[in-house]
Design a protein around this ligand. Sequence first.
Ligand SMILES: Cc1cc2nc3c(=O)[nH]c(=O)nc-3n(C[C@H](O)[C@H](O)[C@H](O)COP(=O)(O)OP(=O)(O)OC[C@H]3O[C@@H](n4cnc5c(N)ncnc54)[C@H](O)[C@@H]3O)c2cc1C
Length: 395
Amino acid sequence: MSELPRSADELPRTTDVLIVGAGPVGLTLAASLEARGVEVVLLDKAAEVAHTSRAAVIHARTLEVLGAIDVSDELVRRGVIVPRFTVRDRDRALLTIDFDGLPTRHPYTLMLPQNITEDVLTGRLDQLGGRVHRPFELARLEQDGDGVTATMVGDETVRALYVVGADGMHSAVRDQTAIGFAGDAYGQSFVLADVRLDWEFDEREVMLYFAPAGLVVVAPLPGDRHRIVATVDVAPEHPDRDHIQALIDARGPQKRPARVNDVVWSSRFRVHHRLADRYREGRIFLAGDAAHVHSPAGGQGMNTGIQDAVALGAGLANVLRDGAGERILDAYEAERRPVAADVVAFTHRMTRVATVNRPRVRRIRNATLRVLNRIPAVRRKMALNLPELAIDRRR
Ligand SMILES: Cc1cc2nc3c(=O)[nH]c(=O)nc-3n(C[C@H](O)[C@H](O)[C@H](O)COP(=O)(O)OP(=O)(O)OC[C@H]3O[C@@H](n4cnc5c(N)ncnc54)[C@H](O)[C@@H]3O)c2cc1C
């Protein structure tokens, strides 16, 4: 049992698992542990939840694993089901990846803004009796043979058996363990925007336009919106309607041009490709962006993180509730780090292939994609790999 705080607004002084960071990964982990009856403290330095759209793709494998905490049906209810991705060069389709017919309960990609995903996860955590403690910023970690003492910026402390850093790319937990985060930043930035669009194409499709000037992705979102993602050399802080329109005009369809009516939300971000050297240092673990970051091409960042959380939650619950030996926790890194390494490599390759600009190389790329498009086995392999469905099936 945890020692009770002096008032409801204070942090508990002891717990079994302390989770630093209440993004999608921390929320999923906290709900997974609460569902298994493990005592958890989840904290975040932000005074309130983020309300912005950010990651908008939820892949099939993520919906499968989220079934463990009973949120998949609610996510599907609130999102847009998209059973197909196409790769295009202006008006020409080069490659079609169909998720229809895949061996899963969810043979599609779900489009849903990240703030709604977090809202659903927070609601489930609340039902399970958990909550987010705010604003508490982790400053220091000290571990010994029996546990970890976490000290906050305001000097509050929490003593935990295990600590998980789900505190994003600039993870303080990772810094405290001195685990390396090797990789680099991409030269380009990404422009993201949720827009209202006149769009004459199938709403059940995510379209990736490969253009010499860069990639532009158009994907449907709930509420008659579309998500636009584009690579650019220099992105404005808040990309406006004219900026987005110019990107689509230069890279998207020509015969049936799109018109951007208004921008609901927009942002830019500089992307890194980095992978933590290790996921565990004694009693301290890393998950989500704290452990891996990469290009959003393919929309796998949040997905890989949520899958980390479910795997780590199962391992910690096995040890803390079912009396399994500590050593099974080593399986977490063994299972999840290779997945992140594959995602980092795949999205890196995809970003480079998408942004080829020498005309001859581009012609060869397009011809190759069209040939691959005629080979059902290749299309099926891609359809399994993109939503990370191949992970379990290759074990
Ligand atoms: C503008 C933007 C657009 C994005 N677009 C996409 C996209 O299109 N597709 C995609 O796949 N991904 C996208 N991402 C990335 C995606 O949002 C992340 O992969 C995802 O949020 C990772 O979840 P996480 O829980 O690991 O970390 P985060 O969501 O980063 O959450 C970390 C949490 O930890 C808290 N925290 C940090 N440090 C501390 C501390 N010291 N003490 C306490 N709390 C702390 C933070 O306040 C935060 O709430 C985008 C990110 C941004 C910023």
